[in-house]
Design a protein around this ligand. Structure first.
Ligand code: UDP
Ligand code: MG
Length: 317
């Protein structure tokens, strides 16, 4: 017997969940027929929703013995929900999927085929387009992936979704990274293992609306960079060096000029103000970068729990 755990983070998804359940349970039921050795376990993580999400989940759990729900005491974010799901999962394989059907469950059989053969440890998905997304968001997303690939060791793929199926071995590796500042896309890449990439066309969410505003995404991307690269710190040092060099050249030029024509040495007050402002700005910028890392370190050393569970049910084997 083999079991697949499906983790579904849900935040205010009361409208989308019935559609999700209908479509994904159809796929998993078909899979059980096709592969008699398979069984499933759904782990819905209610990330502190303020709508009727938990009620819908309880109804699903009452109707199906495959459903486990975990409900957080407040909204801890999708990353925390994924971590909780991974911790609670008991399957030989673990899949994760969004509740809004933007990750097509119909890809599951193909993903299972990929990892079952043992050739791959993970079947991940990426969307080949960003249809239906604001162009400015797509632009920034592309730039983010470009920069991230240059400055970090984690192999982050453009358009990669969190929708993936992994072996237990890989899940345990991910769980061993118990950091507080979780950036899944980086963590998945960082742990390594052999990944098969499947592609699909972007789908719009079935119902409800996205929880990611432009600003939330921007800050999330900064979190990602801070979590997986120290390049910004190096940039700060390099900028400092460049400015020292410039100042040094400036000093020499000023001395020579004062010696050659003493009258011109008082010249250039406006340009000096500009330089002071520029240097001051760059200093503040670099202190800001330092602050980002310090803040993350501060949160990390506090060792706060990644999530707090308010209630959950147990699946009877
Ligand atoms: N989600 C979550 N906690 C949050 C925000 C989102 O668990 O604080 C879940 C949400 O319910 C969904 C998935 O994460 O299943 C992706 O969210 P969403 O569809 O809003 O993001 P998008 O697909 O627009 O990037
Ligand atoms: Mg979505």
């Amino acid at each position: 017997m083999e079991k697949i755990s499906i983790i579904v983070p849900c935040y205010k998804e009361e409208a989308a969940l019935p559609y999700f359940w209908e479509e994904s349970s159809k796929v998993t039921n078909d899979m059980k027929v096709k592969y008699p050795e398979l069984s499933f376990e759904y782990i819905f993580v209610d990330d502190g929703s303020t709508d009727g999400t938990l009620k819908v989940l309880k109804e699903l759990a009452a109707a199906s013995p495959e459903v486990k729900y975990v409900s957080f005491s407040r909204n801890f974010g999708k990353e925390a929900a994924i971590y909780a799901g991974l911790e609670k999962s008991t399957g030989d394989y673990v899949a994760m999927m969004d509740a809004d059907l933007q990750d097509p469950p119909s890809l599951l059989p193909k993903m299972y085929e990929c990892v079952k053969s043992g050739e791959y440890d993970c079947a991940a998905t990426r969307r080949v387009d960003r249809k239906g997304e604001p162009p400015i968001r797509s632009f920034f997303a592309r730039q983010f992936y470009k920069i991230m690939r240059k400055i970090s060791k984690a192999d982050i793929v453009d358009g990669a979704r969190d929708f993936r199926l992994m072996t237990r071995q890989m899940v345990d590796a991910i769980l061993s990274m118990s950091e507080y500042n979780r950036f899944s896309k980086g963590i998945f890449g960082w742990v390594g293992f052999k990944t098969k990439w499947l592609e699909f066309e972007n789908r719009e969410r079935i119902s409800g609306e996205t929880k990611w505003s432009f600003w939330k995404l921007l800050f999330y991307s900064i979190d990602g960079i801070v979590a997986f690269s120290t390049a910004p710190l190096a940039i700060a040092s390099v900028m400092g060096l460049i400015f020292c060099l410039m100042a040094f050249i400036g000093i020499i030029v000023t001395i020579i000029r004062a010696l050659v024509s003493p009258a011109s040495s008082a010249f250039g007050w406006p340009s000096m103000i500009c330089v002071i402002l520029l240097v001051g700005g760059i200093l503040m910028f670099c202190i800001g970068i330092l602050g980002q890392y310090l803040a993350k370190t501060y949160l990390e050393v506090k060792r706060r729990p990644i999530y707090i569970v308010k209630e959950e049910n147990e699946i009877k084997e």
